[in-house]
Write a protein that binds this ligand. Structure first.
Ligand code: DAH
Length: 347
């Protein structure tokens, strides 16, 4: 048996050396190592008939012979190049997975582009900021009850002697006075950033995005504000959608308004096809955000003379705007952040 194995090894190695191409190598491989009637396989079929001692040593030798033949085959194959040996060039390719920007990022880019078309500049302001910029500079002095609405996360850090405590920005309005401090007039900014509030339900997430518009110039009026919002709504949601403006109160604007849009999920009916109430808007309209004419105290906080200049501002939620796009039927804002690829890949 052992002799036969040695012989087989010599023959196989000679054949490998003589092979002229990958196909010939494959032939040798099948002839010697083939599972069914390869020469080594056939030889080993005789093993069980041997006495135990011989069986052991012959088995061991057979393994060595096999390993040696495989090594030779591989060495020789490498000299012919991989492509020829085992790459089937007629096989269809494996397409790599193609990702895309997250839906919210797409919305941010679209919003930016819409405002850039009418002369706004994208800016970015701190997402962790002082209480001063988030509240006091916006006409909400310390302990003013209006602050409660912002369900703010305070950062456990040493307060600033003048600017107060650190907060995770509860709205992008902190960018208003920061922008006034940094830039020359006139201002046409759109500040898009993350906001944080202690809230979570079908239409709220604790981390979300807002876009904050601010225009400060001579002779700015409410008509400029309404014209700008109407332009945005038509560009982003489609010409056939409706927005409505309601009087409201914000400390940092006077007069102040809130803007609603007819709901994209229930078509503005407030109930779904099955008669159930629309969980997202509940009444046909969904609030997108607030706006108004910049309060003189806010201009003063930004060292802008309110006798000479006036301005308007608005702050809307990015995710909410995205949910309200025509044709989308996303019934819960939290789905945007569950990172379920089956959901995200649809866009
Ligand atoms: N900051 C407000 C909020 O988060 C939204 C807002 C209202 C922004 C009126 C403004 C504004 O710029 O003028 O609820």
């Amino acid at each position: 048996m052992e002799q036969a194995l040695q012989q087989l090894r010599q023959d196989a190695e000679a054949r490998v050396a003589a092979a002229r191409d990958a196909a010939a190598l494959r032939q040798v491989e099948i002839e010697y190592l083939g599972r069914g009637d390869g020469k080594l396989t056939v030889l080993l079929a005789g093993l069980p008939g041997l006495p135990l001692e011989q069986r052991k040593s012959a088995g061991q030798l057979a393994n060595e012979v096999k390993a040696a033949i495989i090594t030779r085959l591989n060495e020789r194959r490498a000299t012919f190049g991989q492509a020829e040996s085992d790459l089937d060039v007629t096989q269809p390719g494996i397409a790599p997975q193609v990702g895309h920007r997250h839906l919210v990022t797409q919305a941010i880019d679209e919003i930016t582009a819409i405002f850039e078309r009418i002369g706004f500049q994208r800016s970015r302001h701190s997402e962790v900021d002082w209480e001063h910029y988030a509240f006091a500079a916006l006409n909400m002095p310390a302990d003013h009850p209006a602050r409660d609405e912002w369900e703010t996360f305070f950062v456990d850090a040493e307060p600033h002697s003048k600017l107060g405590r650190r907060v995770l920005t509860p709205h992008t309005s902190n960018g208003q006075v920061r922008e006034m401090e940094q830039r020359r007039l006139p201002i046409r900014m759109v500040n898009i950033g993350k906001c944080y509030r202690r809230q979570i339900d079908v239409s709220h997430v604790p981390m979300f995005y807002q876009f904050e518009g601010l225009v400060v110039d001579e002779g700015i009026t409410m008509a400029h504000l309404v014209g700008t919002l109407d332009y945005f709504a038509k560009a982003f949601f489609g010409p056939d959608r409706k927005i409505r403006i309601r009087p409201y109160h914000f400390q940092f604007t006077e007069p102040s308004i809130e803007i609603d849009i007819n709901c994209a999920v229930c078509g503005g009916r407030g109930q779904l096809a099955d008669g159930k109430i629309c969980r997202l808007c509940k009444q046909g309209w969904l609030e997108l955000g607030g706006a108004g004419m910049v309060h003189p105290n806010v201009l003063k906080a930004g060292k802008v003379d309110p006798k000479k200049y006036s301005g308007f501002a608005f702050g809307w939620g990015v995710e909410r705007c995205f949910l309200m796009k025509s044709g989308l039927q996303i019934p819960d804002i939290r789905m945007l952040y569950e990172n379920d690829l089956r959901f995200l890949q649809q866009f």
